[in-house]
Design a binder for this molecule. Sequence first.
Ligand SMILES: Nc1nc2c(c(=O)[nH]1)N[C@H]1C(S)=C(S)[C@@H](COP(=O)(O)O)O[C@H]1N2
Ligand SMILES: [Mo]
Length: 442
Amino acid sequence: MGGAGVAMLPRDVFGGLQAGLIARSARPVDFETPVELLDSFITPTDAFFVRGHMTAPAVDAPAWRLIVDGEGGESRTLSVADLRALPAVSVTATLECAGNGRAFFDPPVAGIQWRKGAVGTSRWTGARLRDVVAAAGTSNGATHVWMYGGDRPLGTQPPFVRQVPWAKAIDADTIVAYEMDGQPIPLLHGAPLRAIIPGWEGAYSVKWLQRLTVASKEHDGFWVAGAYRYPKSRVMPGATVAAGDQAALMGLAVKSLITRPFERAVVMPGPVEIAGFAWAGESRIARVDVSIDGGASWTAARLTGPLHKYAWRRFEHRAMLRAAGVVTILSRATTDRGEAQPIVPRWNPAGYLWNAPDRIDVTVGGTSTPPAPAASHDTTSTDVTFERACRVCHDDDLAAQQRLTREGWGREVDKMIRWGARVTPEERSPLVEFLASRWGVR
Ligand SMILES: Nc1nc2c(c(=O)[nH]1)N[C@H]1C(S)=C(S)[C@@H](COP(=O)(O)O)O[C@H]1N2
Ligand SMILES: [Mo]
């Protein structure tokens, strides 16, 4: 499977990335981790996804300087050695690009078409950001810290500047990192210094960190005011949404990934270990349920392995796969606040936070033909039509109030189609059936 534009690159073409990463773009450098390389709690650094909007700077670590300034404070310049002299903190955190899974949105949205692997976990070591900004003196009235990347814009791109709200900036787990899994941060991951804003979408974790400014207002640059924003309320799929009707993304959505068995594996009948990871940004994973029958029934998986506040949680489940043929396995995570992965994530113009239950197909027995490619996340079932066409604007309570007959539901669906509901001609009668069987009256 894979999709258009995907290529495998030979080893070492891009500075120490391992062969087998999926190239999504060569300029800027964007690489996705194939799911097969995401089965370990700590993602190998040479397999860790790379997301950049521009060109990495040339880095001479001993000469690198981080400017720290702010209104009313002094300006200070710190070397990597100065940062290493501050108390060191290690934070194990899962980093996920907000656009991970963008390829699954319907209708499609522009941007790098990440599928499952713009996510990884590492142990980041550095100085607390609050200790670093303390070097700039006063922080009276501070509302944000602006973070400037040292990468080189392509063409007339605005420079990569992001902001983190003050409360998160001074959290004890927010760091300026100089190590990734015990080694100096590699170039493509932001050498020699990057912010790690744990539990928040990846674009907060500014690489090649060059300047921190303690500010008393919002930054007005493109990467704050015009990107990484998500509609404040549900929108029609395909809609254009003004920046003012959107709010800055912060934490990550609850999500899971099946890392074992592999997509489209052929397995022997009998017990099969199903395993993977679940994460939810700053929230805790309470449970992961696994289905081996395409979602008809679910069983709770065991949560195992290391427990870190901002890192993904391992889940494992031993299932009996008996019948020969194609089996669809799903995983669905729930947080301790009861948020579960939605069947159809909310469409949004930039394609952020895709978090449908993960889904793979395996073949049991080895005799039947493998499943058709790209089966995962294809929007074919009536459930999905319902989510996309109806639930985008309405909650179930509205449907439950209607007391419509089958014919009435047909007229209602036709009206909604005239009003813009996205239902294809083939989907119309299954949708009417679905509504009538669920909420119809005789
Ligand atoms: N300076 C700079 N920092 C950046 C970016 C960038 O383009 N420039 N991309 C951000 C985005 S969108 C993500 S998802 C993460 C990816 O980090 P990684 O490449 O180490 O996986 O870095 C963030 N930090
Ligand atoms: Mo990202």
